[in-house]
Write a protein that binds this ligand. Structure first.
Ligand code: MTE
Length: 326
C-alpha cells in the first residue's frame, strides 16, 4: 500500500469532492480493508484553457505512435448532442478512475507512463462463430470510426462531457458473429502489475471485469472507444480500447480491454463482486435511487463545479428506456 506525505502544491481530496461523499467513501473503503492510504492528494487545477493541452500535461498519457494514428480525428456524428459545454481536455485527463494505476484520480495520468498499449491483442471467445485474436490496429481499420459527444456520469456523483471516437459495438458483433445462444458479453481488462502499480494491491479481484446484455451491447449508443478529443485514446482514459455506455454509471465503461467473451449467463462484475449491495450489474443512471451512502439526485460537473440535476438514464432515455420496459 502507498503511504506518503502531502507536498505543498497538493490539496486534500475532501476539497475537491463533496465532503460527505469523500469521508464516507474513505471510511467505507477502510472498513473493507481496501486502503490504508494516509493522505489522498489532488494536483492543483488552475483554469488555463487558453494554453495548449499538451503543454499542460493532458496528453502525457498518449500511447506510443501506432499504425492507426492517421484515423483521428474521425467525422463527428451530430445526432448525439450535449446540454452543456465539453469538459476541458486537461480536466478530463487529470481526474480519472483507473484503479489499476491508483485509487487517487489525480495521480492516474502520472502513473500510466510505463503502461504499454502496443502491441495489443483482443481475444474473442465463448459462444461465438469466429473465436479469434484480433490485433487492435487491424480491428480499428476495419471498423467505422466516428466521433460522438457524450456525457459520462460517475456513480460518485460527478460528471463530464467528452468527445469520444470509436465504433458501434453492433459493428464489432457483425464481425465476430456470436451464436444465437449468446445473451451476454463479458469484458476483461489487462492484468500486469509490473506496468500498473495499483494492481499490487491484492485486496481487489484483478483483472477488472464487466458485462452487458447483448441487447444493451447492440443498442446504438454502445461504443468501443479508441480515441478522445480528436486523437488516439490516452492511457489514463483506457487506451487502446474501452467501452462507453453513457446511460450507465461510469464503472460499467471498462478500460483497456484484452478479452471479450460471449456467454448465456449474466457475468459477474468487478465492483459487484466486491460490494454487491452498492454496485449492481445493470447500473443505469437513476436520480431517484440513492447510492446507499449518498444521493444520486444531483451531480457535480468537473471543471466548472456546477451542480446539475441528474437525468434518468443520464439523459439518454429516448434511446434506451425501451430496453428495460417489462
Ligand atoms: N476500467 C478499469 N479497467 N478500471 C477502473 O478502475 N473505472 C471505471 C471506468 N472504467 C475503471 C474502469 C470508473 S469508476 C469510471 S467513472 C470510468 O472508468 C472513468 O473513466 P475516465 O477516467 O475516462 O473518466
Amino acid at each position: 500500500m502507498l503511504i506518503r506525505s502531502p507536498r505543498g502544491w497538493e490539496m486534500p481530496q475532501r476539497l475537491a469532492t463533496p465532503e460527505a461523499v469523500y469521508w464516507n467513501r474513505r471510511r467505507f473503503l477502510q472498513a473493507l480493508g481496501l486502503t490504508s492510504l494516509s493522505v489522498l492528494g489532488v494536483g492543483c487545477d488552475s483554469p488555463a484553457e487558453s494554453r495548449p493541452a499538451d503543454e499542460l500535461g493532458a496528453l502525457r498519457g498518449l500511447p506510443e505512435p501506432s499504425p492507426t494514428t492517421d484515423l483521428y480525428p474521425a467525422p463527428r456524428t451530430e445526432r448525439y448532442t450535449l446540454d452543456r459545454p465539453l469538459t476541458r481536455e486537461r480536466v478530463a485527463a487529470t481526474y480519472n478512475n483507473f484503479y489499476e494505476f491508483s485509487p487517487r484520480k489525480e495521480h492516474v495520468a502520472r502513473l500510466v507512463s510505463n503502461f504499454r498499449t502496443r502491441p495489443w491483442q483482443i481475444e474473442v471467445a465463448g459462444l461465438v462463430k469466429k473465436p479469434q485474436t484480433l490485433d487492435i490496429d487491424e480491428l480499428v481499420r476495419r471498423m467505422p470510426l466516428e466521433e460522438r459527444l457524450y456525457r459520462l456520469r460517475c456513480v460518485e456523483a460527478w460528471s463530464m462531457a467528452v468527445p469520444w471516437t470509436g465504433f458501434p459495438i453492433s459493428a464489432f458483433i457483425d464481425l465476430v458473429e456470436p451464436l444465437s445462444s449468446a445473451k451476454f458479453m463479458r469484458m476483461l481488462t489487462f492484468n500486469n502489475a509490473d506496468q500498473a502499480p495499483g494492481m499490487r494491491d491484492t485486496s481487489y479481484p484483478w483483472p477488472y471485469f464487466e458485462g452487458l446484455s447483448l441487447a444493451e451491447a447492440t443498442n446504438e449508443l454502445s461504443l468501443f472507444v479508441t480515441g478522445i478529443y480528436g486523437h488516439e485514446l490516452t492511457k489514463q482514459h483506457g487506451a487502446p480500447i474501452r467501452l462507453v455506455v453513457p446511460w450507465k454509471y461510469g464503472y460499467k465503461s471498462i478500460k483497456s480491454i484484452v478479452r471479450i467473451e460471449f456467454t448465456d449467463q449474466q457475468p459477474g462484475t468487478f465492483w459487484s463482486s466486491l460490494i454487491p449491495w452498492e454496485y449492481d450489474f445493470t447500473a443505469n443512471v437513476d436520480p431517484t435511487v440513492p447510492h446507499p451512502r449518498w444521493s444520486q439526485a444531483y451531480e457535480r460537473v468537473i471543471g466548472t463545479e456546477e451542480r446539475r440535476p441528474t437525468l434518468p438514464y443520464n439523459g439518454y432515455a429516448e434511446f434506451v428506456a425501451g430496453l428495460y420496459r417489462a
